[in-house]
Design a protein around this ligand. Structure first.
Ligand SMILES: Cc1ncc(C[n+]2csc(CCOP(=O)(O)OP(=O)(O)O)c2C)c(N)n1
Length: 692
């Protein structure tokens, strides 16, 4: 087999032979990976290889031997369909798995040969939790852009919080490769607007302006002036006329590094499928293997042995080691020196940082969680949640977040914590603006940077942030979603604001905890549980209206929240005639219904079920102790659609709740109108018993 020669096709004034060899290795590995898988996206890796290579070789501060080094620069491939580009880079750069996971190569050549196969670390789209070197899971376009804003925020916040004069622990930059599809998505524009406002000069998006998407040329649907738009959003914009011009790329990236005020967008003109004889520049190279003729043609254009497959010239990994690796290890060593300086000179700061880096909660984190005395008038769960959050906040410094312009309603503003803004990166209250989707996507980026972020809006707007929420769950990211105004109980704002199907929709997401607490003490216990699961996103579904604070001297302890469901009130002895299951604001209706049933000689157990998923996690014996199989007369009451309740109700059970959208009116009138009352629950119980 002939050795590859310096690539004529990718020749540019500045690239050395070794650089060109590395760039063409990325290209050919990507093409071969897609070809072997018989599916994937070869065109964009072929086009963007010089762009990504320039970032990695000359700019990225990254230690391949320690992919979790906290101050590494982040590289995000937002156009996740070009995943082979990232796998090639991870392989060639020699990124290892963390020592705790054995330290082997994160992506071997064998892994690349198994691109897109079951159990391969080279999944169709990059999955953060699966493969070292992948900073975030991408594929749904725009999300990587949103995540990157959260990473840039995290870098700024961590710097403000932990850096000391002479000891820089955090100053990492975030680089993003993004495509036309990314920039067309609303979430990217929301995120860009936020980044511009926050003056995140540590953020650089490299936009692949290749004028091609799946259906053809971008001018079918995308004719905006991206440069003007981003300038309007407060970004600094650079242009590179040819993706192969590594010298121009270097100049643009150097301009980014010297930017102090604004995030940077580098608009790079590239040709999709670069080098392929017929498919270069065509959407045909976007999402399907090139086929043997085009592969050979492209390899010939690169000066590559046309029949070689998965060829990695030994000089290429060595080149990465000598550049990226050497620079990263040096920076990492300097960071360790700074850390030991911090330990000596600021031991308290260092101790807190040690907890943060270990991902553990500080000692005494839960000491201020309040308990609430019984109170018939009660308090809205959004209000009790705000109290618990404010109590937790001083003891968990990296619990930070905010809302999409609804803090006075969601009760998520923490007094005394300061605002995060361009002049105050140490603040802990975030004003995400009315950008729910970017808020959630940025929170994913913050969680990926070790923070415990929370974000808040009305529950009905779950749908505005759902794509990011779904990625929190896929990636095991412990974002806390504080979602208030949880039912028709919000009243007069009417059906547009009254969530009906959102509970079912949230409960359907695997890996997500959904809580709908019934009173202030359940709220406190919910926060206690959530804080201890940093790898699990949680949706906290909270009421606008007051909920009575239940008398726990007479009823089951709210600590039962940790098990998802528990017996709140049982029958005096023997087997219950029926079980009434309630969540949130409807739990009290179940208690009232039980009292009514008792008057007619029916003995009902009342179960509080704030979290289906936690209850499902309990062992069968516990679940049986709460919901005995032999008690088939059951009623669930929830002011939402009943979708999914069959699981707990069985065929004989009845559901009291909503069957359509709500209406505008006072909460009390709405509950009556829709039949969600203690009488309704008691009647349903009698029907369920009669059906036996
Ligand atoms: C939210 C979302 N919508 C749709 C898709 C399906 N999809 C994958 S790539 C793509 C567009 C490809 O165009 P571009 O972003 O310019 O990438 P390129 O063709 O340059 O690789 C689409 C619509 C997706 N991945 N994510």
């Amino acid at each position: 087999m002939n050795a590859p020669t310096a690539s004529p096709a990718s020749r540019s004034a500045a690239a050395t032979d070794l650089d060109r060899l590395a760039i063409d290795t990325i290209r050919t590995l990507s093409m071969d990976g897609v070809e072997a898988a018989k599916s994937g996206h070869p065109g964009t890796p072929m086009a963007l290889a010089p762009v990504a290579f320039t970032v990695w070789k000359d700019f990225l501060r990254y230690d391949p031997t320690d992919p979790l080094w906290p101050n590494r620069d982040r590289f995000v491939l937002s156009c996740g369909h070009a995943s082979m580009l990232l796998y090639s880079l991870i392989h060639l750069a020699g990124i290892r798995r963390p020592a705790s996971a054995g330290g082997a190569a994160a992506v071997s050549l064998e892994d690349i040969k198994k691109f897109r196969q079951l159990d391969s670390v080279c999944a169709g789209h990059p999955e953060h939790h699966m493969t070292s070197g992948i900073e975030t899971t991408t594929g749904p376009l725009g999300q990587g852009c949103g995540n990157s804003v959260g990473m840039a925020i995290a870098s700024r916040w961590l710097a403000a919080h932990y850096n000391q004069p002479g000891q820089t622990l955090f100053d990492f930059d975030t680089y993003v490769l993004c495509s036309d599809g990314d920039l067309m998505e609303g979430v990217a524009t929301e995120a860009a607007s936020l980044a511009g406002h926050l003056k995140l000069a540590n953020l650089c998006w490299l936009y692949d302006d290749n004028s091609i998407t799946i259906e053809g040329e971008t001018d079918l649907a995308f004719t905006e002036n991206v440069e003007l738009k981003f300038k309007g959003l407060g970004w600094h914009v650079e242009r590179v006329a040819d993706a192969n011009d590594t010298a121009a790329l270097k100049r643009a990236l150097t301009a980014f590094k010297s930017q102090q005020e604004k995030p940077t967008l580098i608009i790079v003109k590239s040709q999709i499928g670069f080098g392929a004889p017929k498919k270069a520049g065509s959407h045909e190279s976007h999402g399907a293997p090139l086929g043997p003729d085009e592969i050979k043609g492209a390899k010939a254009a690169y000066g590559w042995p046309v029949d070689a497959q998965f060829l990695v010239p030994a000089e290429v990994p060595a080149h990465f080691t000598a550049t990226l690796g050497a620079r990263g290890q040096q920076a990492h060593a300097a960071w360790k020196t700074a850390l030991s300086g911090l330990t000596k000179q600021h031991p308290a700061v260092a101790a807190e940082l040690a907890n943060f880096l270990a991902g553990s909660l500080p000692a005494g984190w839960e000491k201020a969680i309040p308990t609430f005395p019984a109170d018939a008038k009660g308090v809205a769960s959004r209000v009790s949640s705000g109290k618990v959050l404010s109590a937790l906040s001083p003891n968990v410094p990296w619990l930070i977040g905010g809302s999409a312009d609804l803090a006075p309603s969601t009760m998520t503003l923490v007094a005394g914590a300061g605002d995060f803004g361009p002049e105050s990166y140490g603040g802990r209250n975030f004003h995400f603006g009315i950008r729910e989707h970017a808020m959630a996507s940025a929170c994913n980026g913050m969680a990926l940077s070790g923070l415990r972020p929370f974000c808040a809006t009305f529950f009905v707007f779950l749908d505005y942030l759902k794509p990011a929420l779904r990625l929190s769950a896929i990636g095991n990211l412990g974002v806390i979603y504080v979602l208030t105004h949880d039912s028709i109980g919000l009243g007069e704002d009417g059906p547009t604001h009254q969530p009906i199907e959102q509970l079912a929709s949230a409960r359907a997401v695997p890996g997500l905890s959904v809580f709908r607490p019934a009173d202030a003490n359940e709220v406190a216990e919910m926060w206690r549980v959530v804080m201890q699961r940093p790898d699990r996103p949680a949706v906290l579904v909270l009421s606008r209206q007051n909920l009575p604070t239940l008398d726990r001297t007479q009823l089951g302890s709210a600590s039962g929240v940790a098990k998802g469901a528990y017996i709140l009130q049982d029958v005096p002895k023997g087997t219950p005639d029926c079980i009434l299951i309630g969540t949130g604001s409807e739990l009290s209706l179940c208690l009232d219904a039980a009292a009514k049933l008792k008057e007619s000689g029916v003995h009902a157990r009342v179960v509080s079920m704030p979290s289906w998923d936690l209850f499902q996690e309990q062992d069968a014996a516990y679940r049986e102790s709460v919901l005995p199989a032999k008690v088939t007369a059951r009623v669930a009451c929830e002011a939402a659609c009943g979708f999914g309740w069959e699981k707990w109700l069985g065929t004989r059970g009845r559901f009291v709740g909503m069957t359509g959208f709500g209406a505008s009116g006072p909460a009390g009138a709405l509950y009556k109108h829709f039949g969600i009352t203690a009488e309704g629950v008691a009647d349903a119980a009698k029907q369920s018993i009669a059906a036996g």
